[in-house]
Ligand binder design. Structure first.
Ligand SMILES: [Fe+2]
Ligand SMILES: [Fe+2]
Length: 229
């Protein structure tokens, strides 16, 4: 169990225990862009209840061990080809579906509630930037990074530069999501919110959750050998 090692990074724990991302979320630990940080340092910095965290991780470890024999879909054991196909089929497909849907809902709630909730205008602007950034980002990965990943691995300089660009874009997306969360007061719904308003906030939180897992797979598993720390 690597997670009890004092030098372990958050990303390494996520690789050892894929379900740990849920536990990290619960304890407010950033496991995608902050995946390279040392777990022990984060526990100290964020004043996290270490015993409570480790008890949950121990439980996951036991469950993992029990199901290990029959479970062969560990992300870190997938070939780059299988992993990139998985990322594309699940996370990229999801974003292509949900981003336009959320933009559409935003338009509707701006018309109905924008006058009384002017923060929605700021949120829509930031969301628009996130949407455009992600749309080009997905295409960049699908056209430049994912195909022939094995061949790219032979060209170290090229893959390191590409990896850096991809990781910078992940961080930028994380910052925009952070702004949206802050402006909305952690997606707290106002009293006069209608169902469309609630659905928009729910989708934004879903996008945030999905993106954390998506970035975790790319930063901490697919690209981990090319990341300059
Ligand atoms: Fe991606
Ligand atoms: Fe990405």
């Amino acid at each position: 169990m690597k997670y009890r090692d004092k030098n372990v990074t958050i990303g390494e724990v996520g690789v050892e225990l894929p379900d740990a991302t849920e536990v990290f979320k619960e304890f407010g630990i950033d496991f995608c862009c902050g995946g390279h940080r040392n777990l022990v340092n984060v526990i100290i910095e964020q004043k996290i209840d270490k015993e409570a965290l480790f008890t949950k991780l121990d439980k996951l470890y036991e469950e993992r061990k029990a199901s290990y024999e029959k479970n062969n879909n560990r992300f870190d054991q997938m070939s780059p080809e299988v992993l990139t196909t998985y990322i594309q089929d699940t996370h990229h497909e999801y974003l292509r579906r949900v981003l336009p849907e959320t933009a559409d809902l935003f338009n509707r709630i701006l018309r109905a509630h924008g006058k009384n909730h002017q923060e929605l205008f700021d949120m829509y602007r930031i969301f628009g930037q996130l949407k455009t950034d992600l749309e080009q980002h997905l295409l960049k990965e699908e056209t430049m990074l994912f195909p022939d990943f094995d061949e790219l691995e032979d060209n170290k300089q090229e893959i390191i530069e590409l990896t850096q660009m991809i990781i910078n874009e992940h961080e930028a997306a994380g910052e925009l999501l952070g702004k949206l969360r802050k402006i909305s007061g952690d997606y707290h719904l106002p009293e006069d919110a209608c169902q469309t308003f609630a659905k928009t906030y729910r989708l934004l939180e879903d996008i945030e959750d999905d993106l954390h897992q998506h970035i975790h797979l790319e930063n901490n598993i697919l690209l981990k050998n090319y990341v300059k720390r």
